[in-house]
Design a protein around this ligand. Sequence first.
Ligand SMILES: Nc1ncnc2c1ncn2[C@@H]1O[C@H](COP(=O)(O)OP(=O)(O)OP(=O)(O)O)[C@@H](O)[C@H]1O
Length: 452
Amino acid sequence: MSEQAHSQTGATEAPTAGAATDDETLIAVENLKTYYETDGLRSNDPVKAVDGVSFEIERGETLGLVGESGCGKTTLGRTLVRLETPTDGQVSFDGTDVSTLSGDDLKAWRQNAQIVFQDPESSMNDRLTVGKIIREPLDSYEWKTPRERRARVRELLDLVGLRSEHYYRYPHQFSGGQRQRIGIARALALNPDFVVLDEPTSALDVSVQAKILNLLEDLQDELGLTYLLIAHDLSVVRHACDRIAVMYLGNIMEIGDTERLFTDPANPYTRTLLSAIPTPDPTADRERIPLRGSPPSPQDPPSGCPFSTRCPMTVRPEEWDDLSEELWDRIDLFRTVLRERARGADTLGTRVRRTIGLDDPAADFEEIRESTFGDVTVPEAVAVEVDETERRLADGGEPAALAYLQDRFGSDCDTNLPAAHVVDDSGRTSRCHHHREDVAGLDEPTSARPDR
Ligand SMILES: Nc1ncnc2c1ncn2[C@@H]1O[C@H](COP(=O)(O)OP(=O)(O)OP(=O)(O)O)[C@@H](O)[C@H]1O
C-alpha cells in the first residue's frame, strides 16, 4: 500500500470489529484469545496460539486465513467452531455470543458450525462404512428417524459427487479426493451455516485440488454457506476467497479484499509473505524480501509488534535518520544475531556454565562484529553503541545486550502493539506503526518523516 493511498483514506484506526454488526454479518470476533496451558520444562507460560484477534465474516463469504506454520490458523478455526474454548474475548454467531456456551447449549449450537480437516483419513474411522461415517453427526443429534437419516446420507453423497452405492464401502477403498468428498458430506450433514475448511486440499494432487475447490464453491452457492478457508497455498486463497486475513504469531496483521491485498499489500509481513510466491515470469520485477531469524515462541512473543523481531521495515528512531539504509540493515542484523544466540543460550547447561564462569558470553563478540559490520563504514556514534553492547553482553549475557540495543535503536515497533489502521476505501486494515500519520510511510524515505 502506497503512502499516497494511506493519506487518501486517512489510514485511520479501525473501529473495533464487532461494534458494527449488521444483518450481513454472520460471525463477529472480538479480541479473541486462545491459549494452551503447558507444563514444559523450560517455561510454564501458556502458548498464546491466538492472541487477540478481531474481525467479522459476512454471510455467504469466504474469508481466507494464511500465515506461516504455527501462527495459530488451526487454533483460530477450531475456536470459531468451539472445538477449543476461548481464553478471552468474544465470538458472536448471528448476533449471539457463543464463546461461553457449554453443555447442551453448546451441542445444540455446534450444528451450525462445522469443520473439514486437511487429512480426511485421520479424521475418519476406517472400520466404519462411508454411510455410517456421514451419518455419525445425524445419529449423535438424533436427527429425525433412522430411515430419514439414511435418505439424508444418500442425498449428501449425491451432493458431493459420490454415488449412493458408495454407502456400504469403506474409506480406504476411495482416492484422496473422494475421501475429502466424504469429509465434506459429513460436515454438511446437519446443514450448517458456517464451515471451517482447514487446508482441505493440501493433501491432494494438484488436479484433484481444483475439483474439490470447485465443489466447495458450488456447495457454497447452492446452500448459502459461509467459509473460513485456511490454506498455506496463496494461489488457492487468491482464487477462492473474497477477503484474506494474514496471521502472524497469533495476531491478524492485515485483513481485507483479496485482490487489493495481493496487488498492493499494506503490511510488511504480507509483503514478505507475497514476495516469496514464485512468479511464472522470471523477468518479473519483484524482489524477494528475506525473512530474518526464526519465528519467536508463542510462549514468549515480542512485547511490541508481533512481527518486530523479523520485520525488514521497522520504524527508525529520528536520532538515526541519517544512517544509510545499509548500515541500518546491519544494525537490525546485529540485533537478530544476538536474539538467535539468546535462544541458543537459554539452556540449563549454558546457564550453569555461565554461573560458574566457564562460558564467556562475549567470547566471540569480535567475530560477530566483524561479520556484521566488517564491510561497512561505521560512524563513531554507532561504534560506541556496539562497544557498549559488548560490555553489556559480557556482564549480563544476551538479555542485557538486547535490552541495551532496544533502548538505543528500538522504536514503538519494539514496545507497542500497532493499532489496526484502515488502509484503503474497501475497509482493509493493517497493523503497522508505519500507517500512523506521525510516522514515515513504508514507501517514504525516512528523511521525509514529519517532526514528532
Ligand atoms: N493442543 C495444543 N497444546 C499446546 N500447544 C498447541 C496445541 N495445539 C497447537 N499448539 C501450538 O499453538 C501454536 C499454533 O498452532 P496451530 O496449529 O494453530 O498453527 P497453524 O498456523 O495452524 O499451523 P500449521 O499451518 O502448521 O497447521 C503452535 O505453537 C502450536 O505448537
